[in-house]
Design a protein around this ligand. Structure first.
Ligand SMILES: C[S@@+](CC[C@H](N)C(=O)[O-])C[C@H]1O[C@@H](n2cnc3c(N)ncnc32)[C@H](O)[C@@H]1O
Length: 278
């Protein structure tokens, strides 16, 4: 760790960039975290003072983007908040199968996907416990989109390689069917990986989405945003959902603003779009 001191004016300048570029709010309590996360970047650039690093990010777009990435929190795990996946299997999956049987495309989005554990947990629920249970997927038009602001985690989602400790929460039958072991690691099989497209996307930029989505997971992402940003984003998610589509949010999050009036509760931090409203 560098000995460089982060002054409150350096911190204010960094917090302003996080707010304008990613709408992430950094409270004063995050000063130590910011100092320790950015210490490596100061060292890499041979800088002794945060003041010099702040001057750098204010003029260098590439370093500015790297700083935003360094200050995002990517904690995630497979089958996190397992009640969401129980609900997905029991309530949403039968609806999706019915829609697919009628020839409708199925679109699912993991927004703020981190390293892919969320989107592959959903993928394994779609495919089911064995190869036979996946036959409906093979006959349907199903795509899962996984997006994140941070290029390294998007790349990790594309690679879909996880170590033994990371795959531990995956139910055994899913793991043995949809992952193969390579040395010490586990890799999602091609059939699962081929359903997922991973892309870098800042949620506060325009979304290049041509279709409405049946299901959106945006969990443990909005906790980093201020109330205005949350309300704006939630409204955009609701607009992006197909009628009766489902939205899953994190355990400490809630719907605020106008989106709360367009959605009904379908379980703990799970919402279904009220049909007929856009
Ligand atoms: C704590 S992880 C949550 C991962 C996963 N959804 C879960 O619940 O396990 C939060 C993710 O949101 C991403 N993120 C933060 N701000 C973002 C923004 N403005 N646009 C897109 N992604 C963002 C971060 O890069 C990080 O990977």
């Amino acid at each position: 760790m560098t000995n460089a001191e982060l002054t409150s004016s350096d911190f204010a300048a960094i917090a302003a960039i996080m707010q304008s570029d990613a709408r992430i709010s950094l409270s004063a309590g995050k000063m130590t975290l910011v100092q320790s996360r950015l210490a490596k970047r100061l060292r890499q650039h041979g800088l002794a003072q945060f003041r010099d690093y702040v001057a750098m990010v204010q003029s260098d777009e590439t370093e500015r983007a790297s700083m935003v990435v360094a200050l995002t929190t990517n904690h995630t795990h497979f089958f996190r908040e397992v009640h969401h996946f129980d609900h997905f299997r029991k309530v949403v999956l039968p609806e999706l199968k019915q829609r697919a049987a009628k020839g409708h495309p199925i679109r699912i989005w993991s927004a703020g996907c981190s390293s892919g554990e969320e989107v592959y947990s959903i993928t394994m629920c779609l495919l089911g416990p064995d190869r036979a249970s996946a036959s409906w997927v093979r006959h349907a038009d199903i795509r899962l989109l996984a997006t994140d602001l941070s290029p390294p985690v998007v790349e990790a989602t594309r690679r879909a390689v996880y170590d033994a400790a990371t795959v531990r929460p995956i139910p055994a039958e899913y793991r043995s069917t949809w992952m193969r072991q390579e040395g010490e690691d586990y890799v999602m099989v091609d059939e699962a990986r081929a359903l997922v497209t991973a892309k870098v996307l800042n949620l506060f930029e325009p979304w290049p989405l041509r279709q409405l989505y049946d299901v959106i997971f945006c969990r443990n992402v909005m906790i980093y945003f201020d109330e205005e940003a949350k309300a704006e984003l939630e409204e955009r998610f609701v607009d992006q959902l197909a009628p009766a589509g489902h939205l899953y949010i994190g355990h400490s999050e809630r719907l605020i603003g106008v989106s709360a009036t367009k959605m009904r509760s379908s379980g703990q931090t799970i919402y279904a779009k009220i049909e007929g409203r856009s």
